[in-house]
Each structure stands twice: as C-alpha cells, then as structure tokens.
Design a protein around this ligand. Structure first.
Ligand SMILES: C[S@@+](CC[C@H](N)C(=O)[O-])C[C@H]1O[C@@H](n2cnc3c(N)ncnc32)[C@H](O)[C@@H]1O
Length: 254
C-alpha cells in the first residue's frame, strides 16, 4: 500500500479500541462529571470510550468527532449498550452546536491533533462560548519530554494505556520533530496474534509545553482551576506523564 493510501488510525476504529483500552482517565472524568452534572460535551469523542459510560451514568451527553468511522463505531456501541448519546460529525476547531454545556471534555491528548496556533485559539474560544457560566473545561495532553523529542528514530511501547496484549500491541516511533512548530510526526506499528494489521499513516501531534496552556486558557477567557500530573490527581511536576487541566468559564459570562 502506498503511503498516500495508508489509512489513519481513526479509519480503523476496531484497531483503535484494541489499543486504547479503558484507562485511568475514565474514572477521573466520570468523577468530574458527577460534580458538574450535564449536559456534557466530549470533543474528539472517538468510539465513545468516555461518552458511553457517562451516558449510562445518567448524564445528557453529546460527542463530537471528525472521523466518520470512529463515530459509526461509537453509535453501534452506544446502541448495543442502550446508551443515549448524541453523536455529531464535526471539527473541534470550528464547531457551533448552538447550546451550552456544564462540562466540556477533550480527553486522551486529542488537543494535540490541533497543530496550528490559530486553530487552538479558535478551538478554546469556541469551547468557552459553549460553557454555561461557571461551567468546566477538562482536558489532558501529554507532558512533552525534551529527551524523547530529541531522539528521532526512538521507539516506545504505547504507555498511556495498557494494551490488551492478547489481541494487539502498539509501538510508536518518533520520525521527526519540528521544534519551531512544536509538531512531532509519529509512526505507529501494530502487531496482533494471528491477525494482519494494516500499516497506518504517520500522525502529526503538537507538543504543548506546560507554560503555554494556562496562557492559552486565559486568552480564551477561561480561568485555570486545577492542573494535575496524572489521573490520580497528583500535583503537576516536570516529570509528570500528563498535563491535566480543569478550567472554569467566568460566572458572569453572558
Ligand atoms: C486519541 S483519539 C481520542 C478518542 C476518545 N476521546 C478516547 O478517549 O478514546 C483522538 C480523536 O480525535 C479525533 N479528531 C482529530 N482531529 C479532530 C478534529 N479537528 N475535530 C474533531 N475530532 C478530531 C479523531 O478522529 C479521534 O477520534
């Protein structure tokens, strides 16, 4: 298969589900959802890993994603589990749902798919416009490691969640990193017992450094409420695996 015709990981939702199995982020976001109540919007909701459990807990949930195959898989899973979720095909850089939410979630480093500055500015300001006064935005992005970014050709086993190794395992190789644009190109390789896994197209992911997110949130009119270094709520430090942000919309927002 030529490189141009390579599927992306998000064209292959069953592969995605085999690699990204339930992880600690779920209980973090579920607890937060209990504190805010609904309605809840998950941007880049994928195959419903979060939206479906949230809906089963009784929340009113909308999930937006840019990938039709991921959404089709999400709809099928929701139907099988009798979970009521409204799934919307859309781009988180320029969505307008014409309604307000108590909580907006962007999980699993999904904001890293937004690589251009103007797009992240637009996305955060649209999120702010979709929040009720005092509503929360919660998201996690990877905490970039300078050592890893400096090592092109370095291969790492997937570590954010533990793959179901009886089915498939994944490793990622950093092919290139542009320190000016803060964009890395990663190549995923998947192996499965007894099953052929098609190669997937390299992924472009933005590296967001710790000082820029609080500033970006403030520019979008969101007040930083908490920043954690992992999903158990540990304090964010330089070696934390993740940057997990909770930000609040102004209470007097119109
Ligand atoms: C790492 S997956 C996360 C899926 C889900 N949140 C989860 O936790 O399993 C990233 C998702 O972002 C979606 N995505 C990428 N760019 C997007 C965009 N501009 N707008 C909306 N969704 C996007 C992809 O289709 C994919 O489903």
């Amino acid at each position: 298969m030529s490189r141009e015709h390579c599927a992306t990981l998000y064209d292959l939702p069953s592969l995605y589900d085999a690699v990204v199995v339930p992880g600690p982020c779920e209980s973090f976001y579920r607890k937060l959802a209990c504190s805010t109540g609904g309605p809840i919007l998950e941007l880049a909701c994928g195959t419903g890993r979060l939206t479906i459990p949230l809906a089963l807990e009784g929340h009113e949930v909308v999930g937006l994603d840019a990938s039709y195959p991921m959404l089709r898989a999400a709809r099928a899973k929701a139907e099988a589990k009798r979970a009521k979720v409204e799934f919307v095909l859309g781009d988180m850089r320029r969505f307008d749902l014409g309604r307000y939410f108590a909580l907006v979630i962007v999980s699993c480093n999904s904001l890293a798919h937004i690589t251009a500055n103007e797009d992240i500015v637009e996305c955060l300001s649209r999120i702010a416009r979709h929040l009720v006064p005092g509503g929360l935005l919660a998201f996690d992005v990877v905490n970039p490691s300078m050592r890893d970014l400096a090592q092109c050709g370095h291969t790492a086993e997937r570590s954010e969640t533990e793959p179901d190794r009886s089915y498939v395992s994944g490793s990622k190789e950093l092919i290139a990193y542009d320190p000016v644009q803060q964009v890395q190109i990663l190549k995923w390789r998947f192996e499965a017992l007894g099953r052929k896994i098609p190669p997937v197209a390299p992924m472009r992911l933005r590296a967001y450094f710790p000082q820029e997110m609080p500033l970006r949130l403030a520019l979008a009119g969101l007040e930083l409420a908490a920043r954690y270094g992992d999903f158990d709520g540990r304090r964010f430090i330089g070696s934390s695996p993740n940057q997990i942000y909770v930000a609040r919309a102004a209470r007097n927002a119109s």
